[in-house]
Design a protein around this ligand. Structure first.
Ligand code: ATP
Ligand code: MG
Length: 398
């Protein structure tokens, strides 16, 4: 019988989107399909703000599909449900067997019923009362409380079966990836940028990643670490492209020709220019960084203004007002923390000025930069773009 167990996904904010709702539902169903395909043959359909995920045979890996659905943006909550015959007796027996642990832990409960099958001979209220009355007899230690119960037993009557399920677990929330346009996210190996990427993806933004490498100053391990972070994010975002851009020459030119106090700022301006060019090619409408106000010298308000001076695209910084402890908590939650804290050097740490300027004037930085052939350096870096397609099924890199 439990071979027929299905998953019910409650839509999140998607339901608020009025006329766009169908587009949101379609996008979300597609994202769900793609993310569970490798766990078996599932049918995915939507009814009344709920997506039904139905295994088509007993080869389906329901545990993995359940876990994957909990990470799809746009899903507010996920429940597993068990089908049974459409009779009060069968529903009660199923609830007793399936939810006995939940009943053992509860002091009060209620039954909530929904009828997709309008031919079913009882109203929702009648059905809830009948099932609730029986369950109250079977579990004498629990009382019915329709206002504030410890446990809610959900019953749904559909075409073929009735379904019984317990409370759902929270989903990833947000909006389906792809509904919010595309952005290019600057992904380093640190703690911040995986979290900022995740936050924008949760708002429905499809991401393309850019990562700057400076061999021989940065190692293959440092790159593998970033590709592993990207792989970890695919659990939420689906497959994505990581542009790996050579940055050594730019850093060496800056070191040779520019005042030390501006090293980091000029370097970050190059990152913005190159990312903007990648964004134009990808049809992306914004850049995303992991910057947080005041975290380091290059993230003071004036420094951020100096960095952003070279791009006309909006620079999205979802961590701007967050404390490091909050960012770390999120990194742990989304599963990128352990990889982020691996100690390989990033290109930012290679040529760090001893006394970075924290109150830069844009004009001064522009002037300092004039010693370089900016366009040629940008073009050369772009020509060296080696992109990698990262998939959820890839082997861990480290
Ligand atoms: P993170 O934890 O994300 O590394 P951070 O606090 O170390 O951030 P910086 O190193 O100053 O801060 O970088 C600020 C932002 O610039 C990063 O969050 C990221 O978006 C981008 N960035 C930095 N280094 C790189 C890189 N090598 N490749 C791509 N983006 C980078
Ligand atoms: Mg960093």
């Amino acid at each position: 019988m439990n071979n027929n167990e299905i998953l019910l996904l409650k839509l999140g904010e998607v339901v608020l989107k009025g006329l766009n709702r169908k587009a949101f539902e379609d996008k979300l169903m597609n994202n769900v399909r793609r993310r569970i395909r490798r766990f078996g043959d599932f049918r995915v359909l939507v009814r009344q703000s709920t997506i039904y995920v139905e295994p088509q045979n007993d080869q389906c890996d329901m545990e993995s599909a359940f876990a994957a659905c909990c990470q799809v943006f746009g899903v507010a909550a996920v429940a597993r449900a068990v089908p049974c015959e459409k009779t009060v007796e069968a529903i009660v027996e199923t609830a007793v067997a399936y939810l006995s642990d939940d009943f053992a832990a509860a002091r009060s409960f209620k039954v909530e019923s929904k009828r997709a099958d309008k031919l079913f001979p009882m109203t929702s209220i009648q059905l809830s009362q009948a099932v609730g009355g029986e369950l109250a007899e079977r579990f004498p230690h629990v009382t019915v409380d329709v206002h504030n119960p410890d446990l809610t037993v959900y019953v749904e009557i559909r075409e073929k079966y009735a379904y019984v399920h317990a409370p759902s677990v929270p989903g990833a929330g947000g909006l389906p990836v792809g509904m919010g346009g595309t952005a290019v996210s600057l992904l380093s190996g640190g703690l911040d940028s995986p979290v900022s990427s995740w936050m924008m993806a949760r708002r429905g933004v499809q991401l393309e990643m850019v990562h700057f490498v400076s061999p021989p100053y940065t190692s293959q391990q440092a790159l593998d670490k970033v590709l592993e972070l990207a792989r970890e994010l695919t659990a939420y975002c689906g497959r994505m492209v990581v542009h790996v851009i050579p940055f050594t020459k730019i850093q060496e030119e800056i070191r040779k020709n520019c005042p030390e106090e501006y090293f980091t700022l000029i370097m970050r301006r190059f990152m913005m220019r190159i990312s903007e060019a990648v964004a134009k090619r990808a049809g992306a409408g914004a850049l995303v960084t992991g910057e947080s106000l005041g975290q380091v010298a290059s993230q003071t308000m004036l420094a951020l203004g100096t960095t952003e001076d070279v791009t006309t695209l909006p620079v999205l910084r979802p961590l701007i007002g967050m404390d490091k402890v909050e960012i770390i908590r999120m990194a742990r939650q989304i599963g990128t923390y352990d990889t982020s804290i691996l100690p390989y050097e990033d290109c930012c740490t290679v040529f760090t000025p001893r006394h970075p300027c924290t109150r830069p004037k844009v004009e001064d930085v522009r002037e300092a930069e004039a010693a370089l052939d900016v366009d040629a350096l940008v073009a050369e870096a772009l020509a060296g773009d080696q992109w990698v397609r990262v998939k959820p099924t890839d082997e861990p890199r480290i």
